[in-house]
Design a protein around this ligand. Structure first.
Ligand code: CIR
Length: 257
């Protein structure tokens, strides 16, 4: 799967007021802006053309653009975020997504779903059931994906206390390989995949981004970096400290398509 574009939105002045359970302290906005700019340069280095949305003070979590939409080659799907404070982010994302996709689908109430719970593995999608994505939201997405020729499976992370979204704890590296934190590594949905387990001390790095010929990883997690390199990938390590304080990881900061 090759990507050519991504949508990003720099953190707003209200960034530190967003939702978080990380207990890592208040993020430094200036540092977050620098980390975001470095992240954008990394995406460009991977060959992506970026569309920048303006920071939106009304929505402190809106820099995490991954959650209000799911973009695939054949379909764009707007989500219905389970976090009430984030639900209004969808309309802003809808206007930009409709510039690139002729037809845009939607997950509707009572279904809720956030993009962080959706992990694409070639023509298959893992859909996480979480505090943000409910069974009805998952059902609607699976139906939309099936109509566009994709298969999907459900992974229930509602009891995995340390994981906000499915992709907080796993990523797809390509070539049938999943890298996942201990809490979800044994899920039956991965039965036909090669699973590389991430020990608890490095679980933050289970969220990485395979983009074309590169893999962007969170800096400071040598085990995950070595595992990814071991499969022959060139890695780009990025400092994510300020986004981590707000429960955000690498994938959350962009919509790639
Ligand atoms: C939230 O709680 O919604 C944000 N503070 C973090 C969202 C992270 N997004 C993602 O994992 N896709």
């Amino acid at each position: 799967m090759r990507f050519t574009r991504a949508i990003v939105r720099p953190p707003s002045r209200t960034f530190a007021d967003g939702l978080t359970h990380a207990n890592l302290g208040k993020p430094d906005l200036e540092k977050a802006r620098v980390q975001h700019a470095t992240y954008c340069s990394a995406l460009e280095h991977c060959g992506l053309t970026l569309t920048f949305l303006d920071p939106d003070d009304k929505y402190p979590d809106s820099t995490f653009v991954e959650d209000p939409a799911v973009l695939t080659t054949h379909a764009a799907i707007l989500t219905n975020p389970g976090a009430a404070s984030r639900n209004g982010e969808v309309s802003g994302i809808a206007s930009v997504v409709s510039k690139f996709y002729a037809r845009v689908e939607r997950v509707r109430a009572p279904g809720t779903l956030e993009g962080g719970d959706i992990c694409q593995a070639d023509d298959h999608f893992f859909i996480g059931l979480s505090q943000r994505t409910n069974p009805e939201g998952a059902r609607q997405l699976a139906e939309i994906l099936a109509a566009h020729g994709y298969t999907s499976s459900i992974i229930d992370i509602r009891n995995a206390t340390t994981v906000l979204h499915l992709k907080t704890g796993m990523s797809y590296l390509g070539d049938g390989r999943v890298i996942a934190m201990e809490e979800i590594a044994d899920d039956p949905a991965f039965a036909e995949y090669e699973v590389v387990r991430v020990p608890p001390a490095e679980s933050y790095a289970a969220n990485f981004l395979r983009i074309n010929d590169h893999v962007i990883v969170a800096a400071g997690f040598p085990g995950v970096a070595a595992a990814v390199r071991g499969f022959g990938h060139e890695i780009i390590p990025l400092d994510m400290s300020e986004f981590r304080k707000m429960d955000g990881s690498l994938s959350c900061l962009s919509l790639r398509f």
